[in-house]
Design a binder for this molecule. Structure first.
Ligand code: GCB
Length: 597
């Protein structure tokens, strides 16, 4: 799916701003919200999570439907074109109406969707209604538990508990745009890059809809000079003396594609292209044929007020903080981030591990941690498979052309130690490989108990991505034991899969900013620094460890629970992006380490 841009043949209208908003119920949604203008509505910012804007817990913790409403007009000069209404994301389920008429719906809170809307438009203002549902259950991604029962003395109790460690923010999270295309238009394009000596090859495949099919391509360098050109829907463009897209040293060509008929340009579209290669070989992760070392974080799209809502200013600040600390990469834990953040990563040379929203595929964490629930085999009970296929297809279709994306993570911490994990995941790993024209590596991020010999999915993946909490959830406070156990596990993994690189995708300690002690005890800033350096000493002994991504970049909101002090505090930065002591330690380490080994 192409990102909406304005070109000589396309217009974009941004519907961001103040919309109207009402809370619904957890039941099947109420038609009366859409068949006439909303009454008793409150103002609501779009894009944003609605939760923290409402201020009260009634809105923050609402379960079920809400309704958004806005009006828009399409200038009459555009009405002969194809008019498309596009949502960057609506979390988790969106149902769209124009002037009270059903337009379409989308399940899945982190990928874009769009509808051609010409037939719904009337002259003058059009009323746009979007019903949004935030329920997560054992069929959705991410996974949650939905509880709706009459309880004597309490009446009807509705609860929706996320099976994941981040607040279940909801709403219209990313920009809503109307864009136009001509009737014959470029509907998709794929780019695969490679090099031979100093030559760069850019293989371009274009898909079109409508009668016209004559395509012209031009690749321009950053100065606007023509680097290569060609004709046809499928073409390999050759660049002499190619300048590569390198981590933290991005170079972007611009690919312009024209769709023509009888010499007339009907549609034109362009995307930035970074020429780079990605490979996994001999326990190394290679970018442009050189062993890359990941330094960075698992992140979240999270900030106060906005919640998980798109925030361009925050993204720019976060990337500058990443540069300050010497990071070169992040993982989009635990869902696809906005397209805009990936475009920024392309420009800044930030390396991205792109994750699906498949988190919470473990029905026994609570049983193990608290003994609170009976054990159920996850793979016999979970109903996520069809959605899992869909999120992989949608993620790869959206992000396949980004040079910043070097690997797909198709799940975070599934029950890979339980029987059935291999059967569940084998077709999904294959699907990711099949969908991706660039054939990037695929990983599944695994948890503490998915140890060598126990984990059923290690064989399937190209890179072993480990989340480990020695010294925190296990060996709590005992960093000496933590270091030993971590080292032993990394050796065991290497012995079992000597060809597979290992990436530490999570390691970290909850740290309350401002809490200090002479002894580095848990939750203090001293402990977080020592915790990280304990891990780093171990990584430096293991040549097959290809990177370190600290959990987390910044403190973030979660549901309430005995393990969380007003959210998860494993951030190296506070939620308002102030460095904790560990940030300075990391900066010292990462600034002196190259991107390549
Ligand atoms: C994990 C999860 C992450 C949590 C983290 C923690 O393993 O992947 O979502 O936030 O642990 O802090 O417990």
């Amino acid at each position: 799916m192409l990102y909406p841009i304005s070109t000589d043949t396309r217009a974009v209208i941004d519907l961001s701003g103040i919309w109207s908003f009402v809370l619904g119920t957890s039941d099947e949604f109420d038609e009366t919200f859409v068949d006439h203008p909303l009454v008793g509505a409150m103002p609501m910012a779009v894009p944003a999570s609605y939760n923290d804007l409402g201020v009260t817990s009634k809105i923050r913790n609402h379960v079920g439907w809400v309704c958004y409403e806005s009006t828009f007009s399409v200038p009459s000069v555009l009405l002969s074109e194809r008019v498309v209404l596009r949502f960057g994301s609506v979390t988790h389920f969106g149902r769209v109406f124009i002037n009270g008429k059903y337009v379409g719906e989308h399940n899945g809170g982190f990928t874009p969707f769009e509808f051609e809307i010409n037939k719904f438009l009337i002259s003058g203002p059009n009323r746009l209604s979007v019903m949004v549902n935030n329920v997560v259950d054992e069929t959705t991604l991410p996974v949650g538990t939905y509880f709706d029962q009459e309880i004597s003395g309490l009446g009807r109790v509705v609860k929706n508990t996320p099976n994941f460690d981040f607040f279940n923010y909801a709403g219209i999270h990313r920009p809503v745009k109307i864009y136009t295309t001509p009737r014959s238009y470029i509907s998709d394009l794929s780019v695969v890059t490679s090099t031979v000596g100093s030559l760069g090859h850019v293989q371009v495949d274009v898909e079109v809809v409508g009668g016209a099919n004559h395509l012209k391509m031009r690749l321009r360098d950053e100065d606007g000079n023509l680097a290569a050109s060609g004709d046809g829907p499928s073409k390999t463009l050759e660049i002499g003396d190619v300048v590569l897209w390198e981590p933290l040293d991005a170079y972007l060509y611009n690919l312009e594609v024209d769709l023509c008929e009888n010499g007339v340009v009907l549609d034109t579209y362009s995307i930035p292209v970074g020429v780079r290669t990605v490979d996994v070989r001999d326990a190394q992760f290679l970018i442009n044929g050189k062993p890359f070392y990941f330094k960075g974080f698992g992140k979240h799209e999270d900030s106060s007020i906005h919640g998980r809502g798109f925030d361009e200013a925050l993204n720019v600040a976060d990337f500058n903080l990443a540069a300050w600390i010497g990071a070169n990469s992040f993982r989009t834990a635990h869902y696809p981030y906005s397209e805009e953040i990936l475009r920024l990563a392309d420009r800044q040379g930030i390396v991205v591990i792109d994750e699906t929203p498949a988190v919470g595929l473990h029905l026994n964490f609570a049983a193990v941690l608290f003994g609170s629930r009976e054990h159920r085999n996850t793979w016999e009970h979970i109903g996520t498979f069809a959605n899992h296929q869909k999120v992989i297809e949608e993620l790869v279709a959206r992000d396949k052309n980004h040079p910043s994306v070097v690997m797909w993570s198709i799940a975070n911490e599934p029950a890979s130690e339980e029987a059935g994990a291999r059967q569940y995941f084998a077709p999904l790993v294959e699907l990711a490989r099949k969908c991706d024209p660039q054939k990037r590596p695929v990983t599944i991020v695994t948890h503490q108990w998915a140890t060598p010999g126990v984990c059923e999915v290690a064989e399937l993946v190209d890179v072993l991505a480990l989340n480990r909490y020695y010294g925190w959830y296990v060996d709590s406070g005992d960093l000496e034991a933590a270091g030993e156990h971590l080292h032993q596990e990394l050796i065991d993994w290497h012995n079992l899969h000597p060809q597979k690189p290992i990436l530490m995708t999570e390691y970290g300690a909850d740290t309350v900013a401002g809490l200090h002690d002479v002894d580095p005890v848990m939750f203090t800033e001293e402990f977080q620094s020592l915790f990280l350096s304990t891990y780093h000493e171990v990584f430096d002994k293991c040549s097959w460890v290809v990177g370190e991504q600290v959990w987390n970049f910044a403190d973030f909101a979660t549901s309430q629970g005995v393990l969380r002090v007003q959210g998860n505090k494993k951030g190296v930065f506070t939620r308002d992006r102030k460095p904790k002591a560990a940030a300075h330690e990391l900066r010292r380490r990462w600034s002196s380490m190259a991107n390549y080994n």
